[in-house]
Ligand binder design. Structure first.
Ligand code: NAD
Length: 259
């Protein structure tokens, strides 16, 4: 399917690995010019080469921490007026809320709520002016079904979700859509670390721990990041102009509700 976005300019945050990289790859394969942001220049350069190889697209890299004002300024200097914005950053650490002080909360809010809002604020008016724009926020299945040890994530991402719900309706008439993608369990470095820690805790092998996680998912497997990237590219496509303000769960059927 031709997604109808060849030549569009996309800013993809936290794009050197995992879900962000998958989104950058799928958008590049759809013909977009892509600016990829991540912190480590070496990892980012390798990821950008992989995207170029997979797509032949023009790819620019910005080595920056997107959760800081300086990092966002660097990203926006490379692409001041993106047609497509994919918001993403690392997730907050797990823990017990009794141990989290104000600083821990501010850090989580900065990364997973205020950074995407700042980037939306900086880019949405030109999208409105051009009467075309796509904003996708990578959040988490935890927004729909909270995970107790991830209280920082549950809280910060729910704040973003509420904000986006209001803004999406406000700008829909201008051809700009905002949607959130909610990953369940995807096979990325982050999940490999989590499964590795579980294996250690339970005194079992990594493969055994992974099999246990897979068994708990109706699809019987972890998600493939490419599946996530494909959904992101579709939401950013010309065909998805009537989809806005949605929270789309990609979890292999793990959420047990009817809706
Ligand atoms: P990952 O660890 O595989 O990749 C994270 C990427 O973000 C890397 O490219 C890293 O360099 C970049 N990054 C992190 N912090 C950054 C920052 N401050 N500035 C710039 N770049 C930064 O993670 P992932 O599995 O791809 O997850 C992406 C997001 O989705 C995270 O917020 C994660 O919590 C969330 N999530 C993932 C899953 C999953 O199953 N993988 C499930 C639920 C939620």
């Amino acid at each position: 399917m031709d997604l109808g976005i060849s030549g569009k300019k996309a800013l993809v945050c936290a794009a050197s690995r995992g879900l962000g990289l998958a989104c950058a790859t799928a958008l590049a394969q759809a013909g977009c010019q892509v600016v990829m942001v991540a912190r480590r220049p070496d990892v980012l350069a390798q990821a950008a080469d992989d995207v170029r190889l997979a797509s032949g697209a023009r790819v620019i890299t910005v080595a920056a921490d997107i959760t800081t004002p300086e990092g966002r300024a660097a990203a926006l200097a490379a692409l001041p007026e993106p047609d497509i914005l994919v918001n993403n950053a690392g997730g907050p650490p797990p823990g017990d809320f009794r141990d989290w002080d104000r600083e821990a909360w501010i850090k989580a809010l900065d990364a997973n709520m205020l950074t995407p809002i700042e980037l939306i604020k900086a880019t949405i008016d030109p999208m409105i002016g051009r009467r075309w724009g796509r904003i996708v926020n990578i959040t988490s299945g935890a927004v729909k079904a909270p995970i107790d040890v991830l209280g920082l994530s549950n809280g910060a991402r729910s704040g973003l979700t509420g904000f986006v719900a209001g803004l999406a309706r406000n700008v829909a008439r201008h051809g700009v859509t905002l949607n959130n993608l909610l990953p369940g369990l995807f096979d990325t470095d982050r999940i490999a670390q989590v499964v590795g820690a579980q294996a250690k805790n339970q005194g079992i092998s990594f493969d055994e721990a992974k099999a246990l996680r897979e068994k708990s998912i109706p699809a019987g497997r972890l998600g493939n990041p490419a599946e996530f990237g494909a959904m992101c590219a579709f939401l950013c496509s010309n065909h998805a102009g009537y989809i806005t303000g949605q929270n789309i769960l990609l979890d292999g059927g793990a959420f047990p509700g009817t809706f």
